[in-house]
Design a protein. Structure first.
Length: 294
């Protein structure tokens, strides 16, 4: 696969006024493809436990015509981990994104967000009407049931150690079975970029388990749904929604309600759940065609 540029920027300390938190300076790592002078920019934001490499294949396919930047949020990949684990929250991710775009002087990009990355995109687009030229939401919408969130918390909050990468790959196949990946090479590639070797010579997934702080729900009953309809109703940019039809995160009933309230293009992936991997030719082709229309 074609080489990308592995880069990073340091964000200065700031005050997170929503949570009344002092956020120390920290480094955000990112991957970049294409001509750095190209004004046609696609920003890719991964899911909760994932990292910037999830977009390598689609970035490669689009890199001749676009500058593609894929972000590792704090606690993921090569980005800094927070010592204060309460700093893993959406308020910080939103502020980091704004600072990131400003520091790189990026204006009016297209946003591609998987799951958590899509939530970040929706919040930004609801607050800043002209921030994106268009937005692609990969299996995420304005409603998530508490059952779905608790399912994610069960696997994401556990620390698994593996003696070798093959054992790690089997673990990925189990927890990410809904990604719809059928090519063994894609599983190998994901495995390569999903683990790091710890000081004891064991492989563990390269994210901080404390990132779950950002999706905590009702601590007593764990029965609070995530309702973002007010955010959804404020979106005005052009939208492509990718739906893994087997998904429990973006359910059919949510899709139907979304269609009643807003016009957008819907792409259903019938062999995937949460969330389509964006690695297959058909998925890349649909996204490529939609972006070219913009």
């Amino acid at each position: 696969m074609q080489e990308y540029k592995n880069k990073s920027i340091k964000l200065n300390n700031y005050i997170n006024w929503y949570g009344f938190q002092y956020i120390p300076s920290h480094t955000i790592s990112y991957l970049e493809w294409g001509d750095p002078k190209n004004d046609n920019i696609l920003i890719c934001a991964p899911g909760l436990t994932r990292n910037a490499h999830d977009f390598d294949k689609i970035a490669l396919a689009l890199s001749n015509n676009f500058r593609i930047i894929s972000i590792n949020y704090p606690g993921r990949g090569d980005s800094d981990y927070f010592q204060n684990k309460t700093h893993y929250n959406y308020y910080v991710y939103i502020k980091d994104t704004l600072l990131f775009l400003k520091k790189l002087n990026i204006k009016k990009p297209i946003w591609l967000g998987t799951s958590m990355g899509g939530v970040i995109g929706m919040i930004l687009a609801s607050r800043y009407k002209e921030i994106f030229k268009g937005m692609i939401l990969n299996d995420i919408g304005p409603f998530i049931s508490h059952e779905s969130i608790n399912r994610i918390k069960k696997y994401a909050g556990q620390t698994h150690l593996f003696p070798d990468l093959n054992s790690g790959k089997l673990h990925l196949k189990m927890i990410y079975s809904q990604f719809g990946i059928t090519d063994e090479d894609d599983w190998d590639y994901m495995t390569k970029h999903s683990f790091s070797l710890n000081c004891n010579g064991k492989y563990q997934m390269n994210y901080d388990n404390a990132i779950l702080n950002g999706i905590r729900i009702d601590k007593k009953q764990h029965k609070k749904n995530v309702d973002m309809w007010p955010i959804w109703n404020k979106l005005s940019c052009k939208l492509l929604v990718i739906h893994g039809t087997l998904s429990d995160i973006l359910q059919k009933s949510t899709i139907e309600k979304m269609q009643k309230t807003k016009d957008f293009e819907l792409y259903s992936v019938d062999y995937a759940g949460h969330a389509p991997s964006l690695m297959s030719k058909d998925q890349i082709g649909v996204i490529q065609d939609w972006i070219n229309k913009l």
